[in-house]
Write a protein that binds this ligand. Structure first.
Ligand SMILES: Nc1nc2c(ncn2[C@@H]2O[C@H](COP(=O)(O)OP(=O)(O)OP(=O)(O)O)[C@@H](O)[C@H]2O)c(=O)[nH]1
Ligand SMILES: [Mg+2]
Length: 460
């Protein structure tokens, strides 16, 4: 047994072997996945790492197609009644001409299994248990390697998990794990590697390290993703565009500019999230997130988009031309200033006036300031959270559209809060800090504090 655990992934054609490897490796680019049988034609390996060191090497293999004929062929190579054990029978088969012709694909599987410490036997749990499966297992058992059945497609309503477990037990395969490469169960990986460890005692510590390392990576990934969203929201809330020119044309152009900025900033966050979760933005597979080619289909500033997400329209949004943009118009005095600036003054912090002095003076000169409407912040928060949930629950083998959760009145408490509760304090604070929007390092400490505070509120 080599130090690096080697596991072959075997099974009938089209059961999702390549998909399983994609999901375990978090790599949408591994191998070729298709609905057609016989997609994988060659053995291909990939390594999984724990803390930078390789722990497990998995080998994708071609699907087995005609196990009944294969078993007959192998049986035909041994004289009737002769006492020849499994590995010897397999060796005779591999040395026979049939292994290079009719059963070339199957021979690749068996060679790889003999060169491995164990195998994952991938089953399409929607299939009935058929003689071809029993013969497949009889041939594989001939290699005398531990086999762990992986019941794939268990998220499908027609999955026959109990039938499969019963049939496998009759073949002395008592440990089997349920999986779904498209919608993998949250603890699916840990269960898979944990069960494998019970079959491969010598490799148990390595597999446990792998499970722990991958759980740590998942936590770090989730936190990094939440931080990306928090930074996005803080920056958008902080954004204030000054419109110095009092003409309507200038205002319209500035509104357009702000909207383009918000769209681009949100898209940058989507791109970063896809990269973080190792999905490709230009990959057709990412298109079935609630995104199209890595982009949201619905424009952020279309009132219908807000309605679909259940966000109530504020006056700014209803205002048509300037939908989604708050406009502070200064007509005199301090009564109409930015709420944030007023808040600072009302709080009795007179010295803060110096900080806002220039902006207030500008407003007295008839200038206007544009901000991102609360409703847009809510919408951005709601859909980034939805994207996060989709990315968390999605395997790297997913090809089909995901169910987009009902965005209507329902949702959990956090969703309802984003939709209609008070905006988190960190965002209200960001309203008073236009310098946080620049992302140029100005007042990074304050901005980071707000992001951390928002993260804590998001996590709560
Ligand atoms: N819904 C669902 N679809 C899956 C799952 N696993 C695989 N698929 C789909 O099943 C089809 C076959 O998947 P592959 O990964 O190519 O199967 P394979 O076993 O490698 O196939 P061969 O290489 O041809 O033997 C593809 O269309 C996958 O998208 C699953 O768990 N759930
Ligand atoms: Mg394949």
């Amino acid at each position: 047994m080599s130090a690096l655990l080697r596991v072959a992934v075997v099974g009938h054609t089209n059961t999702g072997k390549t998909s399983l490897l994609r999901t375990l490796a978090r790599d949408v680019g591994f191998g070729e996945v298709s609905d057609a049988p016989g997609t994988t034609r060659h053995v291909e390996g990939l390594r999984l790492f724990a803390d930078g060191a390789p722990v497990l090497e998995l080998f994708d293999t071609p699907g087995m197609e005609d196990a009944i004929a294969l078993l007959e062929c192998i049986d035909g190579l041994v004289a009737p009644g002769a006492r020849v054990d499994g590995p010897e029978r397999i060796a005779r088969f591999l040395a026979s001409p049939a292994a290079g012709t009719r059963f070339e694909q199957e021979a690749k599987v068996l060679r790889q299994l003999l060169a491995s410490d164990a195998a994952l036997y991938v089953v399409d749990a929607r299939d009935p248990v058929l003689p071809k499966h029993r013969d497949e297992l009889a041939v594989l058992a001939g290699c005398a390697r531990p086999l762990l059945p992986v019941l794939n497609f268990v998220a499908a309503p027609e999955a026959r998990v109990a039938d499969w477990r019963a049939a496998l037990a009759r073949l002395n395969l008592h440990a089997a794990v349920s999986f779904d490469t498209v919608a993998p169960p949250l603890d699916g990986e840990a269960e898979l590697f944990g069960t494998l460890a019970t079959l491969l005692h010598a490799h148990r510590p390595a597999l446990e390290r792998l499970v722990a390392a991958r759980a740590g990576e998942a936590d770090a990934r989730r936190l990094a993703a939440q931080r990306l969203v928090a930074e996005l929201l803080v920056e958008l809330a902080a954004r204030r565009d000054l419109v110095a020119d009092a003409s309507d044309g200038a205002l319209e152009a500035a509104v357009d500019r702000l909207r383009s900025h918000v769209r681009a900033r949100e898209q940058a966050c989507v791109d970063a999230l896809l990269r973080l979760y190792r999905f490709r933005a230009d990959d057709a597979r990412a298109a079935e997130l609630p995104l199209s080619a890595g982009r949201w289909e619905d424009d952020l500033f279309h009132p219908e988009t807000l309605r679909q997400m259940g966000v109530r329209l504020s006056t700014g949004v209803a205002a048509g031309a300037a939908a989604g943009v708050g406009i502070d118009l200064m007509t005199g005095g301090l009564t109409l200033g930015a709420a944030a600036a007023l808040g600072a003054l009302a709080g009795g912090l007179w010295q803060t006036f110096g900080h806002y002095g220039e902006r207030i003076a500008a407003r007295l000169r008839g200038q206007r300031e544009l901000t991102v409407d609360d409703a847009i912040l809510r919408l951005v928060a709601l859909r980034q959270r939805r994207l996060l949930a989709a990315l968390e629950g999605r395997g790297h083998a997913a090809l089909a559209p995901i169910e987009v959760a009902d965005a209507g009145a329902g949702g959990d408490a956090a969703t309802r809060r984003w939709r209609e509760g008070a905006l988190p304090h960190a965002l209200q604070k960001a309203r008073a800090h236009p310098e946080w929007a620049a992302g140029d390092g100005a007042d990074e400490v304050g901005r980071d504090e707000a992001v951390a505070q928002l993260l804590a509120e998001l996590g709560a």
